[in-house]
Design a protein around this ligand. Structure first.
Ligand code: PEP
Ligand code: MG
Length: 324
């Protein structure tokens, strides 16, 4: 099987009925790029920038960040690179920020909430991203958006930093797409409102599932409720994809679910445009997608939205596509 997969490194990902989907990789640092390139990713669907901020005693400077972002877009040679702005808080702490302990860190002061309040941290990162945009195909994505107001504020700050840079003679790409993670149920349910203002969505199922099922993603005792194939989750995915397409935008997924062989037929059928996963999942996923028909799966996936349980959905997928 490994030899079969290796032949697919330089290939596009085209389904049996000739539809192209994009298979991208999730990375945490430029060091991950070798694996990404060796596994034939068509882009980076999620660069988790928090690792630049972790394991040190002070914030990274604008230049340090610029170097990292520039390296990633340059080595991807024009392929799309979605860079997510700082998503700290929840399970990821930064001791040097000295934030007060919270009762519910996953529901607390994290990610875009922190960035909109600690604007110097946010603006520094945005300037580094804007400067790096001149060197490749860089897209910017905001994490943990809950309201349209937050997206608008974040975008306004980004545009402010951009015009300041341009005024001072710095080259900044004019084609940066600005998107958001869909990982809070409010944004999936109201995706039609967001779709008018974003350039793309990327569904963060790791958080979307925990918030939809009210089950802490780190807590073993409630992990039975962490159900990617639950019809509720599939319906949310459908709402996001449909809302995006209605506005001519694209929708991807960068949570773990995107690389899961049971989820892939469902996600293809629901119309997902981009699947972003760990580099080692890319070739198996490509091999699987080559054998699937998007048109046939649209009917199948729609039926799955009306089954009673996640288990039934999983059994149906396995019985239909995996000879189990
Ligand atoms: C997600 O929530 O699905 C996601 C991709 O982000 P993270 O795992 O970094 O929270
Ligand atoms: Mg998340």
């Amino acid at each position: 099987q490994k030899a079969e997969w290796a032949k697919l490194v330089g290939e596009q990902t085209t389904t049996k009925d000739g539809q192209h989907v994009e298979l991208a990789a999730n990375i945490g640092t430029p060091k991950d790029l070798e694996g990404v390139i060796n596994n034939g990713a068509e882009g980076i669907g999620l660069y988790r920038t928090e690792f630049l901020y972790m394991g040190r005693t002070e914030l990274p400077t604008e230049d340090e960040q610029f170097d990292a972002y520039k390296e990633v877009v340059e080595r991807m040679e024009g392929k799309p690179v979605v860079i997510r702005t700082l998503d700290i808080g929840g399970d990821k702490e930064l001791p040097y920020l000295d934030l007060p302990k919270e009762m519910n860190p996953f529901l607390g002061f994290r990610a875009i909430r922190l960035c909109l309040e600690e604007q110097e941290i946010f603006r520094t990162q945005l300037r580094a991203l804007l400067r790096a945009s001149a060197y490749g195909n860089l897209k910017i994505m905001f994490p943990m958006i809950a309201t349209l107001d937050e997206f608008r504020q974040a975008k306004a700050i980004l545009l402010e930093e951009k015009s300041k840079l341009v005024d001072s003679g710095v080259t900044v790409s004019d084609e940066i797409e600005i998107g958001m993670m869909v990982e809070i149920p409010s944004t999936a349910v109201a995706a039609d409102l967001f779709a008018k203002e974003v350039d793309f969505f990327s569904i963060g199922t790791n958080d979307l599932i925990q918030y939809t099922m009210a089950a802490d993603r780190m807590n073993e005792r409630v992990s039975y409720l962490y159900q990617p194939y639950h019809p509720a989750i599939l319906r949310l995915v459908k709402m996001v994809v449909d809302a995006a397409h209605k506005e001519g935008k694209w929708a991807g997924m960068c949570g773990e679910m995107a690389g899961d062989e049971v989820a892939i037929p469902l996600l293809l059928g629901l119309g997902l445009d981009e699947f972003s996963m760990s580099a080692t999942s890319i070739l198996p996923a490509r091999s699987q997608l080559l054998s699937l028909s998007k048109e046939e799966l649209a009917v199948f996936a729609n039926d799955m939205l009306y089954l009673d349980t996640a288990d039934e959905v999983e059994q149906r997928v396995r019985a239909t596509f995996m000879n189990e």
